[in-house]
Design a binder for this molecule. Structure first.
Ligand code: NAP
Length: 320
């Protein structure tokens, strides 16, 4: 049986893997069958990760984290976790390939998933003009008119990135005040291609085989109007990916995994959680990495306690 399985390959998962591998726990990282590296794989320049004064591309940062974890002996499996058995001393992680991995401890670091608006047209036009990833799809909108929905860091980052391709980028925000950081706001306000549409929400996405526009509702007057568009990027935040642990780990009222104080200890012994999946507030790459560190140290401490208890039991048996 393994000492530790880490589920997730974002900054939390890989940082936990670096620490655990250096502690000789030979962790297995279940990294996803689709894309290793989490959300930063869909980011361009990361300017606020310490140690990279000239910024680093998100995918490069994640590749470096993976290399660092593997250098110390972490094993990566390119598959999805389909089911978890967490009760009891043996934790079982079911994989997409039908295999089951067993370990004494698990670090759950599955991150968060993009939020949808839940309006008519969103599902059918997804991939046909409607996207959640400017870095993946921005290229298709050269000299086109696009909109980004949201007022946070992601929305402004996406909008600024899209100005490299699109001729016009609307930022549609439901209030008249942004949530994004001052630095990103200043950059967006200074960009001639970006126009803010305040107090507005998208109530419908229009088009048959491809997006042609959106219906906006004024959140103050309630009036609606149509905005012709070639592309629409949804950047309204994300929700923790907790479906694998529903009814298995306690969650908070914010929907994240409940941990004990500043630790990573969940409601189940031997199961630790890190990154966006425990954090409703900060959700930065660097805080996720710090959280992964905490989880690896907690798991190491827990395993040392198990080993001590085993030794004491053996000594008692020998003395009897
Ligand atoms: P966020 O900070 O939660 O912002 C979500 C935005 O979408 C808010 O402006 C919110 O409006 C709006 N929104 C939410 N639900 C909506 C709905 N149903 N309809 C219309 N608008 C809706 O999410 P985020 O921008 O993805 O950022 C998440 C975290 O990652 C944050 O902690 C952020 O700082 C971090 N991040 C950092 C960077 C960076 O440092 N470079 C880049 C990206 C993300 P309200 O403001 O009215 O609530």
């Amino acid at each position: 049986m393994r000492e530790l399985i880490i589920i997730g390959s974002g900054p939390a998962g890989f940082t936990a893997a670096i620490y655990a591998a250096r502690a000789n726990l030979k962790p297995l990282v279940v990294a996803s069958s689709v894309e290793v590296g989490g959300d930063l794989m869909q980011t361009t320049e990361v300017e606020n990760f310490p140690g990279f004064p000239d910024a680093i591309m998100g995918p490069d940062l994640m590749a470096k984290m993976q290399q660092q974890a593997e250098r110390f002996g972490a094993e990566i499996v390119y598959d999805d976790t389909t089911e978890l058995e967490l009760d009891g001393p043996v934790k079982r992680v079911h994989l997409g390939n039908g295999g089951v991995e067993e370990a004494k401890t698990v670090i759950f670091a599955t991150g968060s998933a993009y939020r949808k608006l839940g309006v008519p047209g969103e599902e059918t036009l997804s991939g046909h003009g409607v996207s959640w990833c400017a870095t993946c799809d921005g290229f298709f909108f050269r000299d086109k008119t696009v909109a980004v929905v949201g007022g946070g860091d992601s929305a402004l980052e996406e909008a600024t990135f899209l100005t490299k391709f699109a001729s016009k980028v609307y930022v549609v925000h439901r209030r008249e005040e942004l949530r994004a950081s001052k630095a990103l706001q200043d950059r967006a306000f200074a960009n001639d291609k970006i126009e803010f549409v305040w107090n507005s929400e998208v109530v419908e996405m229009q088009g048959a085989s491809g997006l042609t526009g959106a219906v906006l509702r004024d959140t103050v007057s309630g009036e609606t109007r149509e905005l012709p568009l070639d592309g629409l990027f949804v950047a309204v935040g994300s929700d923790p990916r907790v479906h694998l642990v529903h009814n298995k780990l306690e969650l908070t009222s914010d929907g994240v995994v409940r941990v004990d104080g500043r630790s990573s200890r969940t409601s189940v012994a031997g199961v630790f959680a890190a990154g966006d999946v425990i954090d409703p507030t900060y959700r930065q790459a660097v805080t996720a990495a710090g959280s992964g560190t905490v989880a690896a140290l907690d798991a190491e401490h827990y395993l040392a306690g198990l080993a001590d208890a085993e030794k004491a039991a053996e000594a008692e048996l020998a003395a009897a």
